[in-house]
Design a protein. Sequence first.
Length: 231
Amino acid sequence: MKSRLFSSDSRLSDLITAHPSLLTLLTRLGISLGFGDRSIADVCEESGVDTSFFLLICNVYTFNNYVPSTATILGTDMTGLVPYLEKSHRYYVDKRLPHIELHLDAIAQKLNGRIGQVFISFFKEYKREVVAHFVHEENDVFPHIRALMGGEKDKTYSIGEFLHTHSDIEGKLDDLLNIVFKYLPPQVDDDNVVDVVYDILRLSEDLKKHTFIEEKIMVPLVQHLENAILK
């Protein structure tokens, strides 16, 4: 499979129209709306975003069978990787999770007894785990990557530790979805239920791609840097 499934000469508006799910990536990649008919390469250059990195992330999010080779990863400017991952964390914590919680609160208010609290308690515990997961990456993993990218011999952390402790933060969303399907009383039938199911599915898919980027792009990159710098 080719390393670039999108052409840098294509219009960015055509790309977003054909794959609307990529719209949520733009701000995380440092690109604002209002790009008109300009090409992907032109918009990336104006936004200070490496075109190859932009295309790499778009490929991952669009094509489930796309796995970039080590050569592709090492041949791409990865200086935007950590900022992208950090912005993704903020997107999940500040936007997606509160949106889901809002719908769950509205559903719980219509339920009597324990079942409403089950939804809320499960989600709050999940959110705590997600935040802790992200805090670990931001405090330990990302500084290590930045140090290596700056040529420093940072031996305080190893990417092997990340692989050993990396948890499945999207799997529990599937559990939450099963709780909704299994235990939600039939009388609770409104837009909040449809919205929360849709939002959980969207977030779960996004988190799977996020995990893929960390394990299939970030890890090989850091392993290469560790081998090259920490010898």
